[in-house]
Design a protein around this ligand. Structure first.
Ligand SMILES: [Fe+2]
Length: 313
């Protein structure tokens, strides 16, 4: 008799379904829901149950609205088709299952098209704490509730447009060495912006004081409390010139976080990021993490920039 376990399940880094998709070079995939094992379902239940009270205490109110609007089931790993049924009418966004790492340009360009590359595997039920890879709890419980918010989703789209502008700009540089230098610096600036907002952003939350809206915080049982309560965290008002030059490390709690005033403020900062990009102010940002790999570089340098949104002649 073949059990779900014998077939393999959808545990992060151990899922045969994902390995074969990667082997075939398939990035966008389906979600074979029947492959979630009892262990996978148990991991979701445990993650959700322990996180809920912390969300209520530390998450931005708009995130909590998002959780409600998505009608996530505390008892079962979400089906992306169900998530999208609630999500799309609210903001036009949808989650799209992927088999693994999405090259930077492609990732940002998906956002521009209101698509969110979404991991479908889930961490092991016996190691619920931090793991370096994203999983469906990070992506769907950490990111997607914010995507139900129109203002926030517009920030993501705008961010995708900044990436497109960076690719367009880089591809117009004749000198090969200069082209690589500029695009590497631009990607670094964008990655830092993304890290300190979408992944690890804090925001003023009215009566609640400072609260979390970044998915890395919202999907971490330990860090969601630490980021708000700990005297070891430096919390400063969001400053673009600082953020784009600030390196970060991914393997421990963040010692430095930036607090945005609100979603309008966040949107205005993405606008400013684009202006700085176009003015060449992001062409020589401070070196250091994150490192930009060949795949990410190539994704910008070789991006096909269709004329779909060129002005009509
Ligand atoms: Fe993330």
């Amino acid at each position: 008799m073949t059990t779900a376990t014998a077939m393999g399940d959808l545990t992060t880094t151990k899922a045969p379904f994902i390995e074969s998709a990667q082997g075939r070079g398939d990035l966008f995939i389906g979600q074979p829901y029947e492959q979630y094992s009892e262990n996978n379902q148990e991991a979701w239940r445990r993650l959700y149950a322990r996180m809920l009270p912390r969300w209520k205490r530390y998450a931005h109110p708009r995130f909590l609205e998002g959780v409600e609007n998505l009608a996530l089931d505390p008892q079962a790993v979400p089906r992306l088709a169900d998530v999208n049924r609630y999500l799309e009418p609210l903001s036009g966004f949808k989650s799209k299952a992927v088999s693994g790492y999405v090259p930077a340009y492609l990732f940002f360009d998906c956002l521009r098209q209101r698509e969110f590359p979404t991991t479908i595997t889930i961490r092991d039920k016996d190691s619920l704490d931090y793991l370096p890879e994203p999983d469906i709890f990070h992506d769907v419980a950490g990111h997607v509730p914010m995507h139900t918010d129109r203002q926030f989703s517009d920030v993501l789209v705008r961010f995708g447009e900044v990436a497109r502008e960076a690719a367009r700009r880089a591809q117009a540089i004749d000198d090969a060495e200069r082209r690589v230098h500029v695009v590497e610096s631009n990607i670094k600036a964008m990655a830092r912006f993304f890290w300190f907002t979408i992944e690890f952003g804090l925001m003023k939350g009215g009566d609640k004081g400072v609260c979390a809206y970044g998915s890395g915080l919202l999907s971490s049982f330990g860090e969601i409390e630490h980021c708000v309560e700990s005297p070891d965290v430096q919390r400063y008002p969001f400053q673009l010139e600082w953020v784009v030059n600030q390196y970060f490390e991914i393997d421990h709690y963040q010692p430095l976080l930036f607090v945005a005033d609100g979603f309008e403020h966040l949107f205005s900062q993405v606008d400013l990021l684009e202006r700085w990009l176009m003015d060449g102010k992001l062409d020589n940002v401070s070196p250091g993490e994150p490192g930009i790999n060949e795949t990410d570089l190539a994704s910008f340098l070789e991006a096909s920039l269709h004329t779909e949104d060129a002005p009509a002649s």
